[in-house]
Design a protein around this ligand. Structure first.
Ligand SMILES: [Fe+2]
Ligand SMILES: [Fe+2]
Length: 219
C-alpha cells in the first residue's frame, strides 16, 4: 500500500494546497484517487510534482459531494473513468463523468470496499475500506456521519483496523477517546481539528501519523 497525499490542509514546501483532501492510493495493483481536493490546478500541480498520472487511475472514489473533495475533478481528462459517489451530482453529469452511486456496503473488488452512506441522510458520505492480507485500512473524507459511527460500522464487519486516515470533522473528545482500541495507527488530517491531532499525538505518539500535502506513506 502506497498513499500519496495530493492535498491536505497542511502545506508543505514546494507544493500547492488548499482546504480539502485528495489521496492517491496504490493497492493490489490498482490505483485509486480518493477525493480530489478543492481545486483542479492544485491537484494537477501536486500530482505532476509527485510523478503521479491522475488520468491513469482505475477509479475515483468520492467520499461526499462537498467542494473541498470534488473541486479538483475538472483536472481529470479521462471522463470514462468510473467515479464512485454516494449521491449523483448534476455538475459531474454535465462534465461527462461516469458516476456509480453506492447506497450501501459494496465490494468494488474483493479487497476494496465502500461502506455506502452511513446514517446521515442530509449529507450522504461513504468511506473506503481496503484489505491487504490481514491489514484493514479505512479512509474517510469529512466524517459527517461521525468518525465514531463509521469506525464502529467497519469494525463490526472486519474486526480490528490497521490504519484510519482522513478528515474526522473536529469531533468532541468524548467521541474519539477510545478510537485507538479499534486501530493500530491513526492519521487524522484535513478537517480533524487541532484538538483531535494533539490528543492522538500526545497520547499515542508511536501510533500517530502526521499528514500533510506531499507526504508519501508506505506500508
Ligand atoms: Fe471536507
Ligand atoms: Fe464535508
Amino acid at each position: 500500500m502506497i498513499i500519496s497525499v495530493l492535498n491536505d490542509n497542511i502545506p508543505h514546501e514546494g507544493y500547492r494546497n488548499g482546504w480539502g483532501l485528495s489521496l492517491f492510493i496504490e493497492s493490489g495493483g490498482l490505483k485509486i484517487l480518493f477525493d480530489t481536493g478543492p481545486d483542479g490546478e492544485i491537484l494537477k500541480y501536486n500530482a505532476e510534482k509527485m510523478g503521479i498520472d491522475i488520468d491513469s487511475v482505475d477509479f475515483i472514489f468520492i467520499s461526499h459531494n462537498h467542494w473541498d473533495h470534488t473541486g479538483g475533478l475538472g483536472a481529470i481528462k479521462n471522463r470514462n473513468v468510473r467515479v464512485y459517489v454516494p449521491q449523483i451530482s448534476e455538475e459531474m453529469e454535465k462534465a461527462g463523468f461516469r458516476q456509480i452511486k453506492l447506497d450501501t456496503w459494496h465490494n468494488i473488488t474483493d479487497d476494496i470496499i465502500s461502506t455506502g452512506s452511513i446514517e446521515n441522510p442530509k449529507i450522504p458520505e461513504q468511506a473506503l475500506v481496503i484489505r491487504e492480507s490481514s491489514r484493514i485500512f479505512l479512509f474517510v473524507g469529512c466524517s459527517h456521519p461521525g468518525i465514531w459511527k463509521i469506525v464502529k460500522n467497519v469494525y463490526a464487519k472486519y474486526g480490528k483496523l490497521f490504519f484510519i486516515m482522513g478528515g474526522f470533522h473536529s469531533p468532541p473528545l468524548s467521541d474519539i477517546r477510545d478510537l485507538m482500541e479499534y486501530t493500530e495507527y491513526i492519521g487524522p488530517c484535513h478537517c480533524s481539528g487541532d484538538e483531535t491531532k494533539v490528543f492522538f499525538k500526545n497520547n499515542y505518539p508511536e501510533r500517530y501519523i502526521e499528514i500533510m500535502t506531499g507526504k508519501v506513506l508506505k506500508f
